[in-house]
Design a protein around this ligand. Structure first.
Ligand SMILES: C[S@@+](CC[C@H](N)C(=O)[O-])C[C@H]1O[C@@H](n2cnc3c(N)ncnc32)[C@H](O)[C@@H]1O
Length: 194
């Protein structure tokens, strides 16, 4: 009983750390390593309340950070109003926009973004076909030479990479565990062919 309680507590602690701090630190590093010039158009798929969207916007003083979401229940309190308020509080409202859009059928033109990000969102689509559609859409809206940066649970990220037939994968470490290594997160990084 005591052992089960300790395991549960440890699980909850790791989960909370990842949600409140770990994933933000990881994305700060991922975005720093993306070599942004500051004038890019970036799309964040399943932006939720805006953690990645806003971290990206801080790096885009002359660019645009666009969030797409269906505002479903996978994240509490997500809504366009909340995300825009978070962007305003962070001082980046002037370069942030949000769209109510399904990532399996994006309302954006081919090649219209320099960078597409997605953090723990694509796996929420129930069917594998739907998840692959989202990855196809991400690649479609990227310009040639544009970067795809997707963080998702490692078995999913592995499948997305196999689906597009390219990209590097790296584990994002304990800071992005949802309870333990069995729910570790992997970053898929791909560059669209020119
Ligand atoms: C777990 S939350 C992650 C939010 C944010 N990326 C983060 O890391 O804080 C997943 C988000 O994906 C959104 N989502 C799920 N399915 C979607 C779909 N088909 N199209 C767009 N957004 C979707 C949910 O509404 C939710 O906001």
């Amino acid at each position: 009983m005591a052992t089960a309680g300790t395991v549960l507590l440890a699980h909850a602690g790791v989960y909370l750390h990842t949600t409140l701090r770990g994933k933000l630190h990881v994305w700060e590093r991922v975005l720093d390593q993306a070599g942004l010039k500051g004038n890019e158009r970036l799309l964040d798929l399943g932006c939720g309340r805006g953690a990645v969207l806003i971290a990206a916007a801080r790096r885009l003083p002359a660019g645009r950070a666009v969030g797409a979401d269906l505002w479903s229940k996978e994240q509490s309190g997500n809504s366009p109003e909340v995300t825009l308020a978070n962007a305003a509080a962070a001082g980046v409202a002037d370069r942030v926009e949000v769209h109510t859009a399904d990532m399996t059928a994006l309302p954006f033109a081919d090649g219209s973004f320099d960078v597409v990000t997605s953090a723990l969102a694509i796996h929420n689509i129930r069917s594998p076909q739907g998840r692959y559609l989202a990855v196809n859409e991400a690649m479609r809206v990227l310009r040639p030479g544009g970067q795809l940066l997707v963080a998702d649970f490692w078995p999913m990220a592995r499948k997305y990479a196999a689906h597009i037939g390219q990209g590097t994968q790296r584990g994002l470490g304990p800071a992005y565990w949802y309870g333990g290594p069995w729910l570790g997160t992997t970053l898929l990084h791909a560059v669209k062919e020119r």
